[in-house]
Design a protein around this ligand. Structure first.
Ligand SMILES: [Ca+2]
Length: 172
């Protein structure tokens, strides 16, 4: 066997080893986004080729990470809800596992309303975080999550019903 034949045989063996997992169906393992080098949603030969080109290089393994999908959740305890004279409460809304909570409130007539923001725990205790006297129809504020749950209360000291919308937006 001459040198050319040996080189060809080595090439054939390398190709067979490279493609054999694909031929025998070993590509059904769970998708790992860290192995998806070109971030096209599938692990294939292009990801292997990129790694092969970088073979032998070395350096700092720290990576710059761009988070494309924030973990968020939206609660809407009131959507154009009439609040008669008296008060309305959202009931406790879980904030567990989130870092920030944004409260967005719209009131048809804020002049006779007060907003109370409470932090609550699963033991039934609650703490008044803030009392607000809104001066315009729309009000929004972001808080650091301070306990397991948050509760929003709207007081209406007027003689007529007020329409309210309340959104609670959670972000990890
Ligand atoms: Ca890929």
């Amino acid at each position: 066997m001459n040198v050319l034949s040996l080189k060809f045989a080595n090439l054939v063996i390398a190709v067979v080893l490279l493609v054999s997992p694909f031929i025998v169906g070993l590509t059904t393992s769970q998708y790992d986004p860290w192995a998806d080098i070109n971030e096209d949603g599938k692990i294939d030969i292009y990801d292997v080729a990129y790694t092969a080109r970088a073979f032998g290089s070395s350096g700092d393994p720290g990576k710059n990470v761009t988070v494309a999908k924030h973990v968020t959740e939206l609660h809407r305890p009131a959507a154009l809800l009439p609040i008669p004279p008296g008060s309305w409460t959202s009931g406790p809304l879980s904030t567990d596992g989130y870092a920030k909570v944004t409260v967005l409130i719209w009131l048809s007539d804020p002049s006779n309303c007060q907003i109370f923001i409470y932090a609550c725990n699963y033991g039934g205790y609650h703490w008044l975080v803030e009392t607000l006297y809104p001066t315009s129809n729309s009000w929004v504020k972001t808080y650091d999550v301070m306990n397991h749950q948050i509760r929003i209360e709207i007081g209406n000291v007027g003689f007529d019903a007020v329409t309210a919308s309340v959104d609670v937006y959670l972000m990890a």
